[in-house]
Design a binder for this molecule. Structure first.
Ligand SMILES: [Zn+2]
Length: 145
């Protein structure tokens, strides 16, 4: 049985759907220790058996931000400022780790957030780890390139 969740930024320019293989109450919650996530105190969820869709209703409001090794990018709403997800793309495929607090069902993620520090990891290992652990994601309504 799958569990379908939905979410959005505050103004609705960017929406998301997340289909989990188990209830949110059982999903592992991550507290990424990167400098961006710490400034947001973000809790994130990623599950390679899940499926996500990021739907951009107003492409002019899509903000993408890269830092560090730039192996991934942050997806934010330019208008309302909400942090939606970390995104990695490669060869036409996309993977995300989603900011739990952008989901409508945020209160159902009850497991304690597990700190994760990948700052010492080399870029190639990082990309492989993300492909193995992040959620396969469909990008809908995204601007080209
Ligand atoms: Zn917004």
């Amino acid at each position: 049985m799958t569990h379908r969740l939905s979410g959005a930024c505050h103004c609705g320019a960017i929406r998301l759907e997340l289909t989990l293989p188990r209830p949110p109450e059982e999903e592992v919650v991550g507290a990424c220790q990167c400098s961006f996530c710490r400034k947001h105190n973000a809790r994130t969820v990623s599950d390679p058996k899940a499926q996500a869709r990021l739907l951009v209703h107003e492409p002019t409001e899509l903000q993408r931000y890269r830092f560090g090794l730039a192996a991934s990018e942050v997806v934010l709403c330019r208008r309302c400022g909400v942090y939606i997800a970390m995104l990695m793309t490669e060869a036409g495929k996309a993977w995300t780790t989603i900011n739990i607090d952008a989901l409508d069902e945020r209160v159902r993620f009850i497991r304690p957030a597990e700190p994760r520090d990948f700052s010492s990891e080399a870029i190639e290992g990082r990309r492989e780890r993300r492909k193995a652990r992040w959620t396969p994601t469909e990008l809908v309504g995204w601007p080209k390139a």
